[in-house]
Design a protein around this ligand. Structure first.
Ligand code: FES
Length: 159
């Protein structure tokens, strides 16, 4: 009786082991799915954190006084346009630096070049003085908005 009953017990035992492995495999698969869901949801919050971080970064970039250029980058009697900062820096006289918004007050184009003491808007040809941003030639009726820059040593910083 005992020797007869032993083999049937072993057989189900093996099946149980196989089934358990199968279940474990499923559990692993489910866990993997679960963890990938977790990853994507935490990725979402990670993106938000990244957006916040970059927002803070650009905020400090535009208002935090990061170096814009070297004084030697700005030609005397002319200037240089920093498109990514939306600012144009001029040096009307040796050692005197001015900065203006690149946004043309006429219809909002970005000024694109500086020649012969004027900053030129490519859209309708308005020209602005490198000295104070005032209108030299229309159709713009008001000058460029002044921006604040600080010169420290040979480095120009957008305030
Ligand atoms: Fe600059 Fe018209 S937008 S001249």
């Amino acid at each position: 009786m005992t020797s007869e009953s032993t083999p049937p017990v072993e057989a189900p035992g093996r099946r149980t082991v196989v089934a358990a492995v199968g279940a474990a495999g499923l559990a692993v698969a489910l866990t993997a799915c679960g963890s990938s869901d977790d990853t994507s949801s935490s990725g979402g919050s990670g993106t938000q954190a990244g957006a916040n971080a970059s927002g803070g970064g650009s905020g400090s970039g535009s208002g935090g006084g990061t170096a814009l250029a070297k004084t030697s980058d700005i030609p005397e009697g002319g200037g240089k346009i920093f498109k990514d900062r939306n600012v144009v820096v001029t040096q009307p006289a040796a050692g005197t630096f001015k900065a203006f918004s690149t946004r043309c007050p006429h219809m909002g184009c970005a000024v694109s070049s500086i020649a012969k003491g004027v900053i030129v808007c490519p859209c309708h040809g308005s020209q602005f003085s490198v000295e104070d941003g005032s209108v030299k030639k229309g159709p713009a009726t008001s000058g460029l908005t002044a921006e604040k820059v600080t010169v420290s040593g040979d480095s120009i910083t957008l305030a």
